[in-house]
Design a protein around this ligand. Structure first.
Ligand code: HAM
Length: 427
C-alpha cells in the first residue's frame, strides 16, 4: 500500500517552490526595510502557552490544536500561530531589557486541525510581524502600512484588496460589551448553532465570528464594540484613523470583526482579497496589550499581524510569475559530457571545480547515450556542453561547445573557470 501525505498537509513541488522562494524573499526584504528582525521559535510548545495566550474558548485552541503528551506526559502542541510563541521568547530572553520597541518577524509552518479547502490547510505557512513595547497608535499605523507595502511589492493591485478595521476596546470595556452582546443574543438563543449556544455562556464575542448563516443573520443587528469603548480606546482608534488617512491607506470599518483569538485589545484588522471567496483574509492582526502579562512577563503592549503564504500564492499563482522568479531556477550553465567510462573521475573533478567557482554545472548519471545527453543539456537550458574524452585528456583540455551558436573550442582545464566567466560577461 502506498503511503500518502496526511490530509490537509501539502507537498510543495519544485516548480511551485520557485514562487514560494520569490514571495518569501520579497517579504524578508520588505520587513527588513521597516526595521523588523527575524526570530525563529520552536514548532512544538507547551500546550498551556496557547491555552493561556490565544484562549481556551477559541476554536483555534478548543477544536483545532494538535495536542499530544510527550514520553513524560507533558502536554505539548504543534503551534497553531506564532504570536504567543514570540511573546514567550521575548519574556524568556528578557528582550524587553533593551528598552524601546522590539520589532520581530517570522516565517514558518503552523498547524490547525481545520476542514481543508481552498486556501485552508492543516499545515500552513505564516509570515508575521510583532512590535512589542509601545501603546502609540502610530505603531498600529506602521504595522498596517507594512501589510500594504508587502502587497504592493508583490504587485497586488490595491483595488483587489480591502482592509477591514475595528476596535474591540480594552479589558475594562470588555465586560460592558459582553453584557450588551449577551442581552442581545439571549432572546435569539434558539436560532443559534450549538457552538454559539455554548459561546453565549462562555464568550459571546465569538458569536460575531461564527460563519453559520443563521448565526450571521442574528449577529447582523448585534451591538458594536465601537459603541462600548472607553475614552482612551476611542482616542487611540481616532488617532489611528487619522494616521491611516494621512498615509492614504483605505479601510472599511467592520463592527463584526472581532478575530478568532482572545488576546486582542483595541485595534483589530484584516486585509482581504476580492479574488479569494470564503477564505478571503490574506492576513490578520491587531493589538494585544495584555498578552505579555498573561504569559507571566512584565506588562508590555504589542501589535502585529500574520498572513498565510498559501493564500498569497493562490492569488499570485493565477498570474504570470514575475521575471524575478526565474532567477531562482538554477538550471545548469554547463553540462558535462564525459566520453567513455574512464573519464568520469576527471569529469567529477571538473564539476567540483566549476561549482566551487559558483558556476552551475551538472552531468548525466542515468547512463544515457551521448546524443540523449546533449538533448537533456538543451532541455535544462544549459549554455555550454563540455566534452571530455580521450583526445581532451591528451590535450589537458576540455572541448566547450556554445549551445547557442554551435561554436567549439578547446580550453585548457586550468583556464575553464576564467574562460566561462569571461564569456558570460561578454554576453
Ligand atoms: P489568524 O487570523 O488566525 O491570526 O491567521 C492569520 C492568517 O493566517 C490568516 O489571515 C490566513 O491568511 C492564514 N491562515 C490561518 N489559518 C489558515 C489555514 N488553516 N490555512 C491557510 N492559511 C491560514 C493569527 O494567527 C495571529 N497570530 C496574527 C497576529 C499576529 N496577530 C497579532 N500578531
Amino acid at each position: 500500500m502506498k503511503v500518502e501525505a496526511v490530509r490537509g498537509m501539502t507537498d510543495i513541488l519544485p516548480e511551485e517552490a520557485v514562487l514560494w522562494q520569490y514571495v518569501e524573499a520579497e517579504i524578508r526584504e520588505a520587513v527588513a526595510i521597516y526595521g523588523y528582525r527575524e526570530i525563529r521559535t520552536p514548532i512544538v510548545e507547551r500546550a498551556e502557552l496557547f491555552a493561556r495566550g490565544v484562549g481556551e474558548t477559541t476554536d483555534i485552541v478548543h477544536k483545532e490544536m494538535y495536542v499530544f503528551p510527550d514520553k513524560k506526559g507533558q502536554m505539548l502542541a504543534l503551534r497553531p500561530e506564532a504570536t504567543a510563541s514570540v511573546v514567550r521568547a521575548y519574556i524568556e530572553h528578557g528582550l524587553y531589557a533593551k528598552g524601546g520597541v522590539a520589532k520581530l518577524y517570522y516565517l514558518g509552518p503552523m498547524f490547525r486541525y481545520e476542514k481543508p479547502q481552498k486556501g485552508r490547510k492543516r499545515q500552513f505557512h505564516q509570515y508575521g510581524v510583532e512590535a512589542l513595547g509601545s501603546l502609540d497608535p502610530a505603531l498600529d499605523a506602521e504595522v498596517i502600512d507594512l501589510a500594504w507595502y508587502i502587497m504592493e511589492r508583490l504587485g497586488l493591485r490595491r483595488e483587489g484588496l480591502f482592509l477591514r478595521l475595528n476596535s474591540i476596546g480594552c479589558p475594562e470595556d470588555r465586560p460592558r460589551f459582553r453584557e450588551a452582546l449577551r442581552e442581545y443574543f439571549l432572546p435569539h438563543r434558539e436560532e443559534l448553532c450549538p457552538d454559539c449556544k455554548r459561546r453565549l455562556e462562555e464568550n459571546p464575542l465569538r458569536i460575531l465570528d461564527c460563519k453559520v448563516p443563521t448565526c450571521r443573520e442574528v449577529a447582523a443587528g448585534a451591538p458594536r464594540s465601537l459603541d462600548h469603548l472607553c475614552s482612551g480606546c476611542r482616542e487611540h482608534f481616532e488617532r489611528l484613523l487619522g494616521y491611516l488617512d494621512a498615509l492614504g491607506l483605505a479601510h472599511e470599518l467592520d463592527p463584526k470583526l472581532v478575530r478568532g483569538l482572545d488576546y486582542y485589545t483595541r485595534t483589530v484588522f484584516e486585509l482581504a482579497s476580492r479574488d479569494l471567496g470564503a477564505q478571503d483574509a490574506l492576513l490578520g492582526g491587531g493589538r494585544y496589550d495584555g498578552l505579555a502579562e498573561a504569559l507571566g512577563g512584565p506588562p508590555t503592549p504589542g501589535v502585529g499581524f500574520a498572513g498565510g503564504l498559501e493564500r498569497l500564492i493562490l492569488v499570485l499563482g493565477e498570474r504570470e510569475p514575475p521575471d524575478k522568479c526565474f532567477r531562482l531556477i538554477t538550471g545548469p550553465t554547463v553540462y558535462l559530457l564525459p566520453v567513455g567510462e574512464g573519464e568520469v573521475t576527471e569529469a567529477l573533478r571538473i564539476l567540483a571545480q566549476l561549482r566551487r567557482a559558483g558556476i552551475p554545472a551538472d552531468m548525466d548519471y542515468a547512463g544515457r547515450s551521448l546524443r540523449k545527453r546533449l538533448q537533456v543539456a538543451s532541455q535544462l537550458g544549459a549554455r555550454y556542453a563540455l566534452f571530455f574524452g580521450e583526445e581532451e585528456r591528451a590535450r589537458g583540455a576540455a572541448k566547450v561547445r556554445d549551445l547557442g551558436t554551435g561554436h567549439e573550442e578547446y580550453v585548457p582545464l586550468g583556464e575553464l573557470v576564467s574562460y566561462l566567466r569571461g564569456r558570460s560577461r561578454r554576453r
